[in-house]
Write a protein that binds this ligand. Structure first.
Ligand SMILES: [Zn+2]
Length: 485
């Protein structure tokens, strides 16, 4: 796929092709982990392979640079392996079929894994290149970043001596990430009891919402299907409603795009229909700009039928809880314009036989603010007679104004590109946060070449950007990162 001429000039292409030939979706990283170990063995480099599959490769400094501190190069070895419907390929066992078209590399019918295969390819290529000048390198490759950053969480960082880290998992050239929020997951369980009765039953389905990532897209005014359901239930409460079922959302870290409620109502059928239709119009009008695709399907499930619904008190409790749970941006940063500081997303609600189950994801640049918001959710659940468990916590990575690495990168960036880089912090979790939590005074940035539409079958890596970013990375390593005392 990549021409020989190209691969000769840029050694990382050869590694990128080799990586693409190995199936390496999240949870399926044994083979890619062993591939990295084989590389280290072949080059005579020291390495560590952790039980979870993480690999660290130690590459000595170039001649004359032995006194400099080591630099950590870091990326994750797993990819989000998805394919177009109708594609026969088994992504568990088969490699990808790369192609190059109009200056971009893609994989036929599947995601590419440029996120984050390019990090591996870069690091291997630098360590394999005798002409590259660099301080000692500790290349850290983690498993299962895409499914909860498990590898970074499990990493034994005591094996690392470096306190300067370049993470290669950003997908926009010219953008330097220097901080990220921390996060936590919360599961709430609100017990319920049921009662059989004869009544008219109805269903409302909510669909057509934009959805999106609960971190990076939480400030775009997108409306959660759970919010809409909660507001509908608040209206229906006025006409003596009992809940039969509620299901909405798919992932705790995705804004819920759709959902449904089933309920019975003792009010006359015509009143119910009028209430529902009226309020559907109210919501559609209110959200016409933010959610133009919002769509309701309302149906009568049956008249005078035998159903099992929640007890009156339980039904009302659940309605109150859903209405009271916070959703979306809670606070914007006072330091960095446009940056969300604290937010939460109620990602899934599901009524099961025993209880209403709620999964939420909470983020903040400040651990204390994150905890306060977690406490708020726990309080709402508790008022509703439920309990919560907090888990999946990961630390934030706070922006360090006086970072020697950042000044080194910005200085070199200006020399190399002739422009200023974009320096930003993001409202989402990165592995850097976990590393910063494990390595005291870690100085870190995240960067990378242009990769479009990651995690989809349209994922494309820009050839020009990949090559230019590689040259820039070489330049960054070429001179010492000076720490002013
Ligand atoms: Zn990634």
């Amino acid at each position: 796929m990549i021409s020989e001429k190209r691969a000769k000039k840029y050694g990382f292409w050869k590694y990128f092709e080799e990586i693409a030939a190995i199936p390496h979706g999240s949870g399926n990283t044994k083979q890619i982990s062993n591939y990295l170990v084989d590389f280290a063995k072949e080059k005579g480099l020291k390495y560590v392979q952790e039980k979870c599959g993480n690999v660290i490769i130690f590459s000595p400094a170039s001649e004359g640079r032995e006194k400099e501190e080591s630099v950590i190069l870091q990326g994750h070895m797993d990819m989000v392996a998805v394919k177009e419907s109708g594609v026969e390929k088994d992504l568990e066992t088969e490699g990808l079929e790369l192609f190059m078209e109009k200056g971009f590399v893609g994989a036929r019918g599947t995601s590419l894994g440029g996120d984050d295969g390019i990090a591996l390819a870069y690091a291997l290529s630098i360590m394999a290149d005798p002409k590259a000048s660099h301080p000692a390198i500790e290349a850290v490759f983690t498993v299962n970043e895409e499914v909860g950053m498990d590898g970074a969480q499990a990493l034994d960082a005591s094996k690392l001596s470096g306190k300067t880290m370049i993470n290669l998992d950003n997908e926009k050239e010219g953008e330097l990430i220097v901080g990220c929020s921390g996060g936590a997951g919360i599961e709430c369980v609100i017990p319920v009891e049921w009662k059989s009765r004869t009544a008219n039953a109805y269903e409302i389905k909510v669909s057509g919402l934009k959805g999106g990532h609960s971190g990076t897209e939480i400030n775009e005014g997108r409306v959660s299907a759970i919010t809409i359901i909660a507001r509908f239930l608040a209206q229906l409460k006025l006409v003596r409603t009992r809940i039969i079922d509620i299901q909405a959302g798919e992932k705790d870290n995705a804004i819920a795009k759709s959902g449904m409620i089933k309920f019975i109502c003792s009010a006359p059928k015509s009143d119910v229909i009028e209430t529902v239709n009226f309020y559907a119009d109210v919501l559609k009008e209110e959200m016409a700009t933010r959610e133009p695709g919002l769509h309701f399907d309302f149906s009568v499930l049956g008249e005078g039928i035998e159903v099992t619904a929640l007890h009156k008190a339980d039904s009302e409790r659940i309605m109150d809880v859903l209405l009271a749970l916070p959703q979306g941006v809670r606070e914007m940063s006072a330091d960095i314009p446009g940056l969300v500081e604290t937010s939460d997303n109620i990602g899934i609600v599901s009524l099961k036989e025993d209880a209403l189950h709620v999964s939420a994801s909470v983020r903040s640049s400040h651990e204390s603010a994150r905890q306060a918001l977690c406490d708020k959710i726990i309080a709402v659940a508790s008022l509703g007679g439920g309990t919560c468990t907090q888990g999946k916590e990961y630390p934030g990575w706070e922006f360090e104004k006086d970072s020697p690495l950042l000044s080194h990168v910005v200085k070199n960036y200006k020399e190399f590109y002739g422009t200023e880089p974009v320096v930003k912090t993001i409202h989402a979790g990165l592995e850097c946060g976990i590393f910063a939590g494990k390595i005291k005074k870690l100085d870190c940035i995240s960067m990378g070449p242009d990769v479009n539409d990651i995690h989809t079958v349209n994922e494309r890596l820009s050839v020009a950007s990949a090559e230019k970013t590689y040259d820039f990375l070489l330049k960054l390593l070429e001179s010492e990162i000076i720490k002013e005392k």
